[in-house]
Ligand binder design. Sequence first.
Ligand SMILES: [Zn+2]
Length: 290
Amino acid sequence: MTELLDLLQTHPLLFALLTGLLGLIFGSFLNVVILRLPPRLEYRWKQECAEYLDLQDDTSTAPPGLVLQASHCPQCHHTLKPWENIPLLSWLWLRGRCSQCQQPISWQYPLIEGLTALALGWLGWQYGPTISFLAASLFTLILIALTGIDVRTQLLPDQLTLPLLWAGLLFNLQNGFVPLDQAVIGAAAGYLSLWSVYWLFKLATGKEGMGYGDFKLLAALGAWLGWQMLPLIILLSAVLGLIFALLMMLFLRHDRRQPIPFGPYLAAAGWIALNWGSLIVDRYLQALGV
Ligand SMILES: [Zn+2]
C-alpha cells in the first residue's frame, strides 16, 4: 500500500490519469443522481403530505433508486447492456443514439462524464494522493450534481447542500483549506448575505429573485473556502450569470421572464475560487497596491 502511494507521489501524471478515469465513473453515477434524485424527493414529499393531511395513501410505485436499478433507454425502455453503459465511450461508440430505437441519447451524459473526469484529473494533478485531494473531489462531485439538478428542475435539494456544508466545516476542523473560525463565519455570512439580498429584492419588487437553496449553497461554499472568498464568489457568479443570460438572449431568444437558476453560477464560482481564488485575490490586492 505504501509502495503504491510512493509510486503515485513520484508520478503525478499517472495519478492525474487515474483520478481522471475515476472521474468518468463518478460522472456516470452523477448522471444517475441528477436524473433520479428529484423524482424520488418529489415522491417522498407527496407521501409526507398525504400522511400529514390524512389523505388516502398514494399507491403509485416509487421512482427507481439511485444505486440498484439498472439503466434503461428513456424512450424504448430497453435495458442497457454493460458495454452500452461505459462512460463516454459508449456514447461515442453508439454515436449518441440508442442501440434499439435509434432515438438520440441526451448530451447531458457525455457532458457530465467528461466534465467530472477533467475536474478530478485536474484535482489529482494539483493535490496528488492526499486527504486534500479527497476533500476537493467530494466538494466537486456534489457541486456538479447540484448544478445538473438545478438546471433540470430549478431545485437545490437540502439532501445535497446541507451535507456539503457539514463536510466543509468538518474538513476545516483541522488542517483543511482554511482555519475553522473563517469557515464558520463563512457559512453564516454566506447564508445571511444572499438571504438579505433576497428580502431586500422581495420588499422592493414583490418578486422572489432566488431560492433558499441558493443561500444554503453559498453557506456551504463559505464553510469550505472561508468568508474571505465570499465577495469573489458572489462577484464571479453574477458575472458568469450575466454573460450566460446575454448569450442566451442573443442566440436562443431566451424569454427574459423565464427564471434562470442561480445555483450553477454559484457552483462554478465556488469551484474557481477553490482552485484560483487566492491567486485572483492576491493579484487584485497587488493591483490596488495594498
Ligand atoms: Zn431506446
